[in-house]
Design a protein around this ligand. Sequence first.
Ligand code: SF4
Length: 384
Amino acid sequence: MKPRPTRKIQIGSLVIGGDSPIAVQSMAATQTQDLEATARQIEILQNAHADVIRIAVDSDKDVEALKTLRKQFPDCVLSVDLQENYKLAPIVAPLVNKIRYNPGHLFHLEKDKTIREKVQFIVDAARANDCAIRIGVNCGSVDPDYKARYPDDSTEAMVRSAVDHCQMLDEMGFENYVVSLKDSDTNQVIDANRRFVKERPDVPLHLGVTEAGLPPEGVIKTRIAFEQLVSEGIGDTIRVSLTLPNEEKGQEIDVGREILKDISEGRFRSVPKNFFDGINIIACPSCSRVENDKFVDLAQDVRKLTEYAAKYKLTIAVMGCRVNGPGETDDADLGLWCGPSRVNLKKGTAELGSYAYDEILGELKKEVDQIIQERFGALEPTGH
Ligand code: SF4
């Protein structure tokens, strides 16, 4: 592995960047206010030796839950995901070691304020409480200004947004930050991180393939990206985003460590040339926004249902919530996102309707069959 030229940053008791070990982290998949379930997630991730554990906070009630969790886990290196509510930064910063904000989300809030003012607000909170910051750019929620500037190059839109936010933090005299550029497409993750490093080799990077989905495919997608990047000296902390039952969330840490160990010992897994040729099921790792526990089962059922169409190149995205589901499924041929009692379905960007959990698979199959007919002619028998 090439040495990493990034500067070191401090996240509570943890140091990442430069020659520090690559930290492995994950996120609680439960609703933060469900204290019992979220405490159990933290326990599971701690038992798996996660270096950082992230919790999402979106409301005052979540903040109250976070206060309780912090008391329960005083030594845990905690990161908070501000999701759409950056105004919570000063209240949560004393409780955590790192704050993640999404530049794309800042665009939509308080339009009378400039992005710089909002960033300054977060930076002030982080500085006053010795927190690190992650500038977390995500393919599904890129700042619309940047999307408009680079209509034919979504990767460049992500990179430019990240580089500009780094510059803002630099100008504010705040250096304790890390950047992530996540996409559900493995190759875009590799491309985005390489482009970013060309401009900012000094900034520590958090790597991840977002919505990698169910194991084993989700592990393979992640492994491909990490093998390429980490072996080039890119990446100071990693997160493996898998769609797993809550009790198995520790697997994200185990898989991350196994990939890093293999890379450091020169064991690279070759991937068949046609790995990306057939059906691609994208699924989110779930988080506090999931409104129905059936989400993971649904993702597994979608994969099972579509086995008959494995050889056809089409992408199906399965997302856990109504907040990010509509946007995160935009690039898929068929998108599903979960509500409390119904699942929404869309084809490309056209919404088809919402269906009960016991109806959705039948509807999905109709749409898969139709796409296969339209694009590939009649469905070929699989021989099973
Ligand atoms: S799609 Fe919704 S539930 Fe899934 S990880 Fe994103 S915010 Fe969480």
